[in-house]
Design a protein around this ligand. Structure first.
Ligand SMILES: NC(=O)c1ccc[n+]([C@@H]2O[C@H](COP(=O)([O-])OP(=O)(O)OC[C@H]3O[C@@H](n4cnc5c(N)ncnc54)[C@H](OP(=O)(O)O)[C@@H]3O)[C@@H](O)[C@H]2O)c1
Length: 326
């Protein structure tokens, strides 16, 4: 049985993060730095990574190759840390899923995760925990089914296949392993909302497709808080749906966003237009899934944002804040 790190006083001091320069990673790394952790990033561009955090972190070069053996520098970085957080992956929603992009979406996650697991296996001194990422796409899509961690089997579309392979790659590190299936992460400076906020603010946003598709979302502040807890509390182990307790249909989500921005919720964006622009990536916004964080609630995790309206009010307030604009 895992000992509780909080109870034994074995607090995490050195944290290694892959994909720490992205939307979630930036917020998480800032929180880690503020709480006094020493952070090392694994990045495809170490200098850019150091610059992003005003040289308050270390960085080591990391490519998600299919090579058997991880680079020595990566094994050394793993040996020197107490915890590994794995966030890296080729962006999913930006462009069309051409065949080469599908390969990059899959391989950047699976190869990168395998390299990290191998580095942990090879390390002289092992970290206490690996916190790896997956997505609610694991479950496939449905307008009628509610999914939790007990739902079997997984979905059978491309994103489900990516999530299954990504999770499988994180097994066998030989240390406590946590896998977070992220819902759509909501924050002011990136992710899905950063594309919607300017459109809604200019009165041209509206529900995409029928509006009946489910959005299982999580506020960025809750997600980073969750990962901080998982670092130090050995009560967390295995797979968690990292989603707020109250998912919403997309139409209701758009109403809440329009209300938060004090704007009308305008005409629906037709699905055909979206499919022409995004190809299969349009699935991300046209289809969804209703996912509940059953294991987080059982574990006593307290969400700061359980409902979408206060979550969006909070994000819109910081999106509009003069400090951010300036
Ligand atoms: N945001 C969401 O709503 C959401 C939802 C579900 C799951 N997720 C997953 O959560 C993770 C973090 O999300 P995010 O929104 O922060 O992602 P992001 O902003 O796209 O950042 C991901 C990071 O991964 C690294 N990366 C990008 N392309 C790569 C490639 N081809 N090979 C290796 N590394 C690559 C980059 O770091 P370097 O440039 O420093 O190498 C980048 O900063 C991702 O894996 C994403 O799939 C996110």
């Amino acid at each position: 049985m895992w000992m509780n790190a909080e109870a034994t006083g074995a607090e995490t001091k050195n944290v290694l993060v892959s994909g720490g320069t992205g939307f979630v990673g930036k917020a998480l790394v800032r929180k880690l730095i503020t709480s006094g952790k020493r952070v090392t990033l694994l990045s495809r561009d170490e200098e850019r990574a150091r610059r992003t955090f005003n040289y308050k972190i270390e960085a080591v070069r990391f490519e998600a190759t299919g090579k058997e053996e991880p680079e020595r520098a990566v094994i050394r970085a793993v040996s020197e840390c107490d915890a590994v957080i794995n966030l890296a992956g080729e962006p999913i929603s930006d462009r069309r899923w051409t065949l080469p992009r599908r390969a990059r979406i899959l391989q950047s996650r699976v190869n990168g995760t395998r390299q990290l697991v191998r580095a942990i296996q090879r390390a002289d001194k092992k970290p206490r925990v690996l916190i790896s990422t997956s997505a609610v796409g694991y479950y496939g899509t449905s307008e009628t089914i509610t999914f939790d961690e007990d739902t079997h089997p997984a979905g059978n579309d491309f994103l489900a296949a990516v999530a299954i392979a990504w999770e499988a790659a994180a097994q066998d590190a030989g240390v406590r392993t946590v896998i977070n299936r992220f819902g759509i992460v909501l924050g002011p400076d990136g992710g899905a909302l950063s594309k919607m906020l300017p459109l809604f603010n200019l009165f041209v946003g509206g529900p995409i497709g029928s509006g009946n598709q489910w959005i299982s979302w999580i506020h960025l502040a809750d997600l980073t808080e969750l990962i901080m807890r998982e670092l130090d509390s050995d009560n967390f182990s295995g797979v968690y749906n990292a989603t707020a307790p109250h998912p919403v249909r997309f139409g209701a989500f758009c109403d809440a966003l329009a209300k938060a921005l004090r704007r009308p919720n305008w005409l629906p964006v037709p699905s055909l237009a979206l499919q022409l622009i995004l190809g299969e990536a349009a699935e991300l916004v046209l289809k969804g899934q209703r996912v509940l964080p059953k294991r987080l609630l059982e574990n006593g995790f307290k969400f700061q944002f359980e409902d979408v309206q206060p979550a969006l009010e909070d994000i819109v307030a910081s999106w509009k804040s003069p400090a951010r604009q300036g």
